[in-house]
Design a protein around this ligand. Structure first.
Ligand SMILES: [Zn+2]
Length: 156
């Protein structure tokens, strides 16, 4: 009969040396990516003009020879998370503005303005937030799943 395996203590990092944390766990990295994404820039390098149109990302990061990363990272349903993020953020902003306006003007909220403003807001908010949702999704993905050599390949 063999004794149960003993647990091995996790080795402590060397004192005074570089951080042993994997890059995806560094908070400053995520903040840097999110800050770039909020400006519609490449989360990885900060390059501008990563959108071919208002709605469509370029396949690779342009204008940046040191990055050149794929902005569409492979999977066909890659941006489903961005669409979900866009929907949740747009509806959350709508709800906050609506409730804030009702509370601010209570007891006589402008119901006609709120009704028609809601229609316009619910249509416009997802359109306006759409490119930001894509760059934010890309930032979150890059923070949790760093670039691989395949992401740096240029096509055609
Ligand atoms: Zn880039």
């Amino acid at each position: 009969m063999t004794p149960p395996p003993r647990s091995v203590p996790y080795p402590s990092p060397p004192q005074g040396g570089p951080s042993q944390r994997p890059p995806e766990l560094e908070g400053s990295r995520l903040l840097r990516f999110v800050g770039r994404a909020m400006r519609r820039r490449c989360p990885n390098c900060g390059a501008r003009h990563i959108f071919a149109t208002y709605f469509r990302l370029r396949p690779h990061c342009p204008h940046c020879p040191r990055c050149g990363s794929r902005l569409e990272r492979g999977e066909g349903d890659y941006f489903i998370g961005a669409y979900t993020l866009n929907l949740v953020a747009a509806e959350l902003v709508f709800a906050l503005v609506f409730v804030g306006r009702v509370v601010a003007t209570w007891p006589n909220p402008p119901w006609d303005f709120l009704e028609w403003g809601s229609v316009v807001g619910v249509i416009l908010a997802p359109v306006l937030f759409y490119p930001f949702s894509k760059t934010l999704w890309l930032a979150a993905d890059l923070a949790s799943r760093p670039l691989t050599p395949e992401d740096l390949e240029r096509r055609g």
